[in-house]
Design a protein around this ligand. Structure first.
Ligand code: FAD
Length: 345
């Protein structure tokens, strides 16, 4: 019994690892050249820079148990950040005492650990799927799922499929695959319609390396006004070996939408100006990196949908967006999808 999992972010990795622990054989596919999805970090001369998820929390017993294991094996570590809030023009210490965890040495390390020893196809964008039902199988084509990549290479058949793509990519893949008269068409067509409002919001990430450290006790700041939403001193994270003062800035979703097609240097200048306002100090940027996330985080104004497992197609879905964003939810959705598949086959 082999199951295909599309997406090697936290949801796909959790699904693959759960299935493997239950004795299934699994193949994972991702369009990127590395695993991790939105938990990606950029390797730099002086260690990793976290561009997407900055940390994660653990609230449910299942995920807490997983985090305990990761802590014991040093796959993750605690980030005892001094958090601040910037609001009404004032920077104040936050009373929040949440435990924050980060991958060690990079945010994608826990995803890598879940996928260790598994068959993972990277640089493999799945652009089409084909389901052959047992009634339609032929001598040359066995029943199951077939996956096709951007070069039309085919993989399969697989006895079940778990899709962990963000909603826009999922919608495109399903629409390309399911034509009228194919099995499951009406259910999947309904799902495609439900996915339409589930667009993840964009986010510009800018990293500023400073010529001299900013005089502040803050390691991280939740920014409630202006163009930014988050600042984090990357060198305050254990295991990030960059000794220079390096700040990672996330723009708010609204500001990112306004500056979606702006040149990276405009974002660098804007991030620097707003940071100078927040810290009431001027500084010199010695190095900058930018990354534009087109699909970053769920839109809180849209209520989540959780697509059902489709027994007829042996098709399950996972992804943070089904449970409300966040790394923990991606993990939980992946485990749930693996359990749906295992209960059915
Ligand atoms: P993804 O990580 O998006 O994985 C989906 C994978 O599918 C990707 O690797 C992608 O390459 C792949 N894929 C897509 N289409 C195809 C295709 N056609 N074929 C093959 N592969 C495909 N969460 C927190 O808990 N704390 C935070 O502080 C936090 N901050 C964040 C900040 C930013 C800027 C961003 C972007 C996210 C942040 N998040 C945070 C959210 C967190 O990163 C996500 O909840 C989590 O990583 C989602 O995992 P996932 O597996 O559901 O999706």
């Amino acid at each position: 019994m082999t199951v295909a999992v599309v997406g090697a972010g936290m949801a796909g990795a959790a699904a693959a690892s759960t299935l493997r622990a239950m004795g299934f054989s699994v193949e994972v596919f991702d369009k990127s050249r590395a695993v991790g999805g939105r938990m990606s970090s950029k390797r730099q001369e002086h260690g990793y820079l976290d561009l997407g998820a900055q940390y994660f929390t653990a609230r449910t017993p299942l995920f807490k148990q997983q985090v305990e294991q990761w802590l014991a094996t040093e796959v993750v570590t605690c980030w005892p950040a001094d958090c601040y809030k910037y609001e009404l023009g004032r920077l104040t210490a936050s009373a929040d005492t949440t435990s924050r965890f980060i991958g060690n040495p990079s945010m994608h390390t826990p995803v890598k650990a879940l996928l260790a020893g598994q068959s993972v196809h990277l640089n493999c964008r799945i652009s089409r799927l084909r389901f052959v039902s047992s009634g339609l199988q032929t001598q040359t084509e066995a029943a199951g799922w077939y996956l096709f990549d951007q070069h039309n290479n085919s993989f399969g058949p697989y006895q079940a499929l778990i899709l962990t793509l963000p909603p826009v990519q999922l919608q495109t893949l399903l629409a390309t695959t399911f034509m009228p008269a194919e099995p499951g068409y009406s259910d999947i067509h309904q799902l495609i319609t439900q996915l339409q409002p589930q667009v993840l919001l964009p986010c510009w990430a800018v990293s500023l390396q400073l010529a001299a450290p900013i005089a502040t006790a803050a390691d991280a700041i939740f920014v409630k006004e202006g163009n930014l939403s988050w600042l984090a001193r990357q060198n305050s994270k254990p295991g990030r070996v960059n000794k220079a003062d390096n700040w990672l800035v996330h723009f708010s979703a609204q500001s990112t939408a306004v500056h979606l097609r702006a040149e990276p240097q405009e974002l660098v200048a804007l991030a620097k100006a707003e940071m100078e306002l927040i810290f009431q100090q001027t500084f010199t940027v010695s190095n900058a990196t930018t990354h534009r996330w087109l699909y970053a985080q769920i839109n809180p104004a849209v209520s989540q949908i959780k697509p059902d497992y489709h027994a007829g197609l042996k098709l399950a879905f996972a992804g943070d967006w089904m449970l409300g964003g966040r790394v923990e939810n991606a993990y939980l959705s992946g485990v749930a999808a693996a359990r749906e598949v295992s209960a059915d086959v």
